[in-house]
Design a protein around this ligand. Structure first.
Ligand code: SAM
Ligand code: SF4
Length: 466
C-alpha cells in the first residue's frame, strides 16, 4: 500500500541524458550533475531520444571544441522537434569549459539552448531548470550562469545518488594558478581550490561503501592539493593519499593529473610505502626543451623532470609513466623537438598523449605571431613523436607476456564470454571470464600483447572464486 494520499498524482521520473566530452574531471562532473537532479525526480538515460533534458558537458582544451558543440546542437534539433510533436519539451543545457569560455556567444548563436552553466556553477542546475520550466512559452530560455560563486559547489552538492561502479573518480582539487601560456584551464575552471580532507575522506568512504574498489583522485593539478586534516594539522597531498589508502575495502588508488613542480618528498615517500597506490603515474612534461618549457611558463626544466622521475623510480622501481606532449609550440625549432625525442627515449613512456599545439583564444601563446610552426611541420613532428611513443608502448606491453598480474574486470569485452579489465599499469586486458567476476580483481596470466591492449586467461583457481 502506498503512503501517498489518493489525490497525489504519481509523477513519472523526468529523463536527463548527459553527453560528456574531454577529461576525467568532466566525467566526474557529469555524475555530480545527475546527483543534483536526482532529488528533484530526474533519472539518467543512455540516449537523447525522449529525454526531457540533454546536458552537453563540454571541453575547450583544443580547437574546434565550440564547433563540435554547435554540430551536436544541430543534431539535437530533430530530437527536440520529435519531443515537441509528442506534446513534450526537450530542454538543452550546455555545461563545462566551452560554456564557461563562450557562454554569451553560445546563448546568442544557438537558438535551441535553454541553459549555459559553467563548471563552478552546476550545483545551481535544479534552480536554473525550475526557472526554465516556469517559462513554457519561450522557445529557448537562455539562462547563463558562468559565475565563479563564492560558495564552493562542493558544499552545495548532495551525496552521490547512485553507486559509481568498481572504479570511481573523486575530485579533490580544482582550478589552476599555473598559467601555462598555451592553456585555457585557469580561465575556464578558475583559481586553485583544494577540498577539505574531511570532505574528501567522507566521499571516498561513501564510494567504497557503495562498491568501488578503485578510486582515482582528480584535479587539474591534483598534487597541488593541500589542506587542513581532520587532526587539525596542515596536510600535504602525500598525507591525504595515506589516509585514503587506509579505507577498508579499497584495493587500488590512483590520481591524475600531476604537475612536476608539485612532486614533494612526502608524495615520493607515499609511492614507496602505500601498497594500494598503483605503480602508474601520469606526469605531463609537454616538451624536452628548456627554451620551450620557459616559453610555455612551465617553470621547470627538462632536467628537473628527469630528477623527479629518478626519485620516484628509486621509491617505486616498477613505476610506469605516462605524459602529455605538445609539438609545434610557437618558436619550436627542429633542435627543440629533438630534445623532446631525447627525453622520451631516456625516460621511456609506456603510455602518453601527444598533441599539435592549438592556439586557444585568450591565452598568451595565442597572441604570439613570430615563430608560428606551419601545420605540415607540426603534423610531421607529431607523427615522429607518436611513432616513438607507440614503439615504447608496444615494447612495454610485450614485456608483460608470461606474467601473472591482477586485473580489475569492469566491462564486457567484444566477444560473448569475454570481459575487459585494467592492469595496475592501466593497460586494457581482454580475457574469457564469467560476468559474475565483474567488479573484482582477478589474477590473469598474460598470453599476448598488442600495440595497445593485452590478452590473457584467468589464473588457476580464479574461476572457482566466482
Ligand atoms: N594540468 C595538466 C598539466 O599541467 O599537465 C594538464 C591539463 S590539460 C587538461 C591536458 C593536456 O592538454 C595538457 O597537458 C596539454 O598537453 C594539452 N593541451 C592543453 N592546452 C593545449 C593547447 N593549447 N594545444 C595543444 N594541447 C594542449
Ligand atoms: Fe593548464 Fe598548465 Fe594549469 Fe595544467 S598546469 S591546467 S597545463 S595551466
Amino acid at each position: 500500500m502506498s503512503d501517498l494520499p489518493p489525490s497525489t498524482p504519481l509523477q513519472p521520473p523526468k529523463k536527463v541524458f548527459v553527453k560528456t566530452y574531454g577529461c576525467q574531471m568532466n566525467v566526474y562532473d557529469s555524475g555530480r550533475m545527475v546527483d543534483t537532479l536526482a532529488p528533484k525526480g530526474w533519472e539518467s538515460v543512455e540516449t537523447p531520444e525522449g529525454a526531457d533534458l540533454v546536458i552537453l558537458n563540454t571541453c575547450h582544451i583544443r580547437e574546434k571544441a565550440a564547433e563540435k558543440v554547435f554540430t551536436e546542437l544541430g543534431r539535437l534539433r530533430e530530437h527536440q522537434a520529435n519531443r515537441a510533436a509528442q506534446g513534450g519539451r526537450m530542454m538543452i543545457a550546455v555545461a563545462g569549459c566551452v560554456a564557461q569560455a563562450e557562454g554569451a556567444e553560445l546563448a546568442r548563436r544557438a537558438g535551441n539552448v535553454d541553459i549555459v552553466v559553467g563548471p563552478q556553477a552546476y550545483h545551481r542546475l535544479p534552480d536554473l531548470l525550475a526557472r526554465v520550466e516556469a517559462m513554457p512559452g519561450r522557445k529557448a530560455a537562455r539562462l547563463v550562469d558562468t559565475d565563479f560563486p563564492v560558495e564552493s559547489k562542493f558544499d552545495a552538492l548532495p551525496e552521490e545518488a547512485s553507486a559509481r561502479g568498481a572504479s570511481a573518480f573523486l575530485a579533490i582539487q580544482e582550478g589552476c594558478d599555473k598559467f601555462c601560456t598555451f592553456c585555457v584551464v585557469p580561465y575556464t575552471r578558475g583559481a586553485e581550490f583544494s577540498r577539505p580532507a574531511a570532505d574528501v575522506l567522507a566521499e571516498a568512504r561513501r564510494l567504497v561503501a557503495g562498491g568501488s574498489i578503485e578510486l582515482t583522485l582528480l584535479g587539474q593539478n591534483v598534487n597541488a592539493w593541500h589542506g587542513d586534516g581532520p587532526d587539525g594539522r596542515a596536510w600535504s597531498f602525500g598525507r591525504l593519499l595515506r589516509a585514503v589508502a587506509e579505507i577498508p575495502g579499497l584495493d587500488r588508488l590512483r590520481y591524475t593529473t600531476s604537475h612536476p613542480l608539485e612532486v614533494d618528498d612526502e608524495l615520493i615517500a607515499a609511492h614507496r610505502d602505500v601498497g594500494v597506490l598503483m605503480p602508474f603515474l601520469h606526469l605531463p612534461v609537454q616538451s624536452g626543451s628548456d627554451r620551450i618549457l620557459a616559453a610555455m611558463n612551465r617553470r621547470h626544466t627538462a632536467e628537473h623532470y628527469r630528477r623527479v622521475v629518478g626519485r620516484l623510480r628509486e621509491a617505486r622501481p616498477d613505476l610506469a609513466l605516462s605524459s602529455d606532449f605538445i609539438v609545434g609550440f610557437p618558436g619550436e625549432s627542429e633542435e627543440d623537438f629533438e630534445a623532446t625525442l631525447a627525453l622520451v627515449r631516456e625516460v621511456g613512456f609506456p603510455q602518453a598523449f601527444s598533441f599539435k599545439y592549438s592556439p586557444r583564444p585568450g591565452t598568451p601563446a595565442a597572441e604570439v605571431k613570430e615563430g608560428v610552426v606551419p601545420e605540415v611541420v607540426k603534423a610531421d613532428r607529431l607523427a615522429r613523436l607518436q611513432a616513438l611513443l607507440g614503439r615504447q608502448m608496444a615494447e612495454f606491453n610485450a614485456s608483460m607476456v608470461g606474467r601473472r598480474m591482477p586485473v580489475l574486470l569492469d566491462r564486457p569485452g567484444k566477444r560473448p564470454g569475454q570481459r575487459l579489465g585494467r592492469s595496475p599499469y592501466m593497460q586494457p586486458v581482454h580475457l574469457d571470464a564469467p560476468e559474475s567476476l565483474d567488479g573484482r580483481i582477478v589474477d590473469v596470466i598474460i598470453e599476448g600483447a598488442g600495440p595497445i591492449a593485452l590478452a590473457g586467461r584467468l589464473a588457476d583457481g580464479e574461476r572457482t572464486a566466482a
